[in-house]
Design a protein around this ligand. Structure first.
Ligand code: F6R
Length: 239
């Protein structure tokens, strides 16, 4: 894995946006694999600025997001669909019918996961997948476990993730306890992967990811199986 250590969040966001922009310039009809959470917000701001400045064009781009809470309505301001609209899609010239997020309202979530896996195969694979990393080393909502899932699946959130994400909700008890998430195999099917990490709270997870072992207690370590992964982090996330 290639590692880029940046001075701060601002620089990390700019480097990540440049890499995504290069993929978009090389193929205007590319497929972007996207993440939510606080980490990529700065990168999305840079991409919005580049789009407004005419440097990048989203009109032919397709996007596939990693995950969504379950159950949650798309217009709930904590849903990942809402997040993507607010933080990127509403501000760029993208065709929203080509932006995909797992269905947080599906009557049959297992069926919705199978359909999403098929969709990612059909429109994809992603030319680039953007990832954040959980404090416990999760990617998407692939939480530490004895065995990790290959394909898109329904998962329970760990106590640590519920606590970490409670900051976005009115209270911890409002955090949904389940999610639909791409599996490790879905993520690894992307042609190129960038994983962003900032702040000291991520340092242990980053260290474990870079330790050169495939360790299911740190799902991000599975990225070692991919030939084109760039870790972009700030100084605080490195120990
Ligand atoms: C989000 C996602 C998660 C986050 C991770 C880090 O779509 O899949 O894996 O990337 O929980 O979240 P933040 O960036 O909020 O620290």
């Amino acid at each position: 894995m290639k590692t880029i250590i940046c001075k701060n969040y601002e620089e990390m966001s700019a480097r990540a946006a440049e890499i995504v922009a290069d993929v978009m310039k090389a193929d205007p009809a590319c497929v972007l694999g996207l993440a939510t959470g606080s980490t990529p917000v700065g990168m999305y701001k840079k991409l919005i600025d580049m789009n407004k400045a005419g440097e990048i064009d989203f009109s032919k781009v397709t996007t596939v997001n990693l995950d969504e809470y379950y159950p949650i309505a798309p217009d709930n301001d904590q849903s990942y669909r809402y997040f993507m609209n607010e933080n990127l899609f509403n501000h760029v010239n993208i065709d929203k019918t080509k932006t995909y997020v797992p269905d947080g309202m599906a009557a049959d979530p297992d069926e919705a996961c199978a359909a999403y896996e098929a969709l990612v195969k059909k429109v994809g694979p992603a030319d680039i997948q953007v990832l954040g990393i959980g404090q416990n080393g999760h990617i998407g909502f692939n939480e530490p476990a004895d065995a990790l899932e290959v394909a898109t699946h329904v998962t329970g959130l760990t106590e640590s993730t519920i606590k970490a994400n409670a900051r976005f909700f009115a209270s911890e008890s409002d955090v949904p306890t389940k999610a639909l998430t791409m599996g490790i195999g879905t993520i690894l099917s992307a042609k190129k992967i960038i994983i962003l990490a900032n702040g000291a709270a991520k340092a242990e997870a980053v260290k474990k990811m870079l330790a050169g072992k495939l360790d299911t207690s740190c799902p991000a370590s599975m990225l070692n199986l991919h030939a084109d992964v760039t870790v972009i982090c700030d100084e605080a996330a490195v120990i």
